[in-house]
Design a protein around this ligand. Structure first.
Ligand code: NIG
Ligand code: FE
Length: 404
């Protein structure tokens, strides 16, 4: 890895995927002081306009840096034993009811120190960076006490300070019911609303509040309480919705102005309409769909028809999506959900940024932050078509070449 400082950098003769589509002509792209200054066709390029710029790259495909907008990257232990049990036919819900699943990871994560969590997460994050990620969201959700949830959010912030990547955090206190609250889920939701959210907001540790609305997790009325508490503390909301059944959670979240609703296999048309009206992004998670052997696909055609932006994320987590190769998710979104390669790439760039509440990165356009990837492929669609590590030639974060 070589570090560079922000300066005037020029890429020549690159095929550009700008966040929505591939531009027709080979382009030149100029970056100045960490932002994209302009992009112009190579044909007839005015050499005077690029005098003094350092030539940073030539040829290949330039995309916005990838944005992984839904991850559970911070945890201790692993669930390889449960993976084997699921292969024998035990379901995810059965494992959860028997105290495994998320709660198995909670036990290991509570016992881990910040340093141990950092050490465990570093190689996972390095894998994401090596495959083009420049921004990622990291959720808490494996602590489920005030102190342990804050510990996870602190470690997420530390990862963002340590490595050249933008980390956006979500407090996912309402991920599962911890054993000490068994039979008393309303009291746990009160803890989330009255202690966790206020503490995370006061310490500036959470950029959003997320929760899991499902028969094996929390009910819609409890979601509504969490969303209201988030609003009182100035935090936007997101939701794990309609993954295993239709709870109406995406529509409920949309009424609370949700940035996104994620998973969505059981989303119905009313939910799609509510999301469209609120401007919520649909975050598709083909890794969890694949690993759980799900059969029902999210309603892609309805989402398209109602103009709901579709983002795409790894959902990297130890239970349902232990996948740390973002470009594999591009491929899975195409093969499993029938997205086009352009839709998949847009889902990990411009729409993913929007799911995080940002519009100043995720596109290649003048004024955008210079978070870019230069790939050794001939056309952008190849990134979704072939599953192959090692195609990233350069990774640019805030105008600095951080991986080449
Ligand atoms: O997004 N749906 C709930 N949460 C995670 C799974 C977490 C786990 O199993 O550890 C998800 O799939
Ligand atoms: Fe998730």
């Amino acid at each position: 890895m070589s570090a560079g400082s922000p300066q005037r950098l020029l890429w020549r003769d690159v095929r550009v995927f700008d966040g929505l589509c591939e531009l027709a002509e080979p382009m030149a792209v100029l970056v100045e002081d960490g932002r994209i200054a302009w992009l112009r066709p190579m044909a007839g390029l005015d050499e005077a306009a690029v005098a003094g710029a350092r030539e940073a790259g030539r040829g290949g495909v330039l995309t916005p840096g990838l944005v992984d907008c839904h991850t559970h990257l911070l945890f201790a232990g692993d669930r390889a034993d449960e993976f084997a049990q699921r292969l024998q036919g035990v379901s995810y819900a059965e494992l959860a009811r028997a105290g495994g699943g998320i709660l198995a990871t909670v036990r290991a994560t509570r016992a881990a120190s910040e340093e141990q969590l950092l050490a465990a997460a570093r190689p996972r994050l390095q894998a994401l960076l090596a495959d083009g990620v420049t921004t990622l969201e990291i959720k808490s959700g494996y602590g489920l006490t005030v102190a342990d949830e804050l510990k996870l959010l602190c470690v997420a912030r530390r990862l963002g300070e340590e490595l050249p990547v933008r980390v956006v955090t979500s407090l996912l206190g309402a991920h599962a019911l911890p054993p000490e609250y068994a039979g008393n889920s309303d009291a746990y939701i009160a803890l989330v609303c009255e202690e966790m959210i206020p503490a995370a907001a006061a310490e500036g540790l959470a950029d959003a509040v997320d929760m899991f609305c499902e028969a094996i997790a929390f009910a819609p009325e409890q979601c509504a309480r969490v969303f209201a508490a988030a609003r009182r503390h100035g935090l936007p909301v997101r939701v794990h919705a309609e993954q295993l059944s239709n709870q109406g959670a995406a529509a409920l979240a949309a009424r609370h102005g949700a940035l996104s609703a994620d998973h969505l296999e059981y989303l119905d048309e009313a939910g799609v309409q509510a999301m469209a009206a609120a401007g919520s992004v649909a975050v598709l998670l083909p890794g969890a769909f694949l690993d759980l052997g799900a059969v029902r696909r999210p309603p892609i055609e309805l989402l398209r028809r109602h103009g709901v932006p579709m983002a795409l994320a790894s959902d990297a987590n130890p239970g349902t999506s232990p996948l740390y190769l973002p470009t594999l998710l591009l491929h899975l979104a195409c093969t499993l959900f029938h997205l086009s390669p352009d839709e998949a790439l847009a889902g990990m760039t411009v729409h993913a940024a929007r799911a995080l509440g940002h519009d100043d990165f995720g596109r290649i356009a003048a004024g955008q932050r210079a978070d870019l990837c230069l790939w050794d492929v001939a056309r952008p669609a190849e990134l979704a078509y072939a599953v192959q590590a090692g195609r990233l030639r350069q990774r640019v974060f805030g105008g600095a070449i951080t991986y080449a």
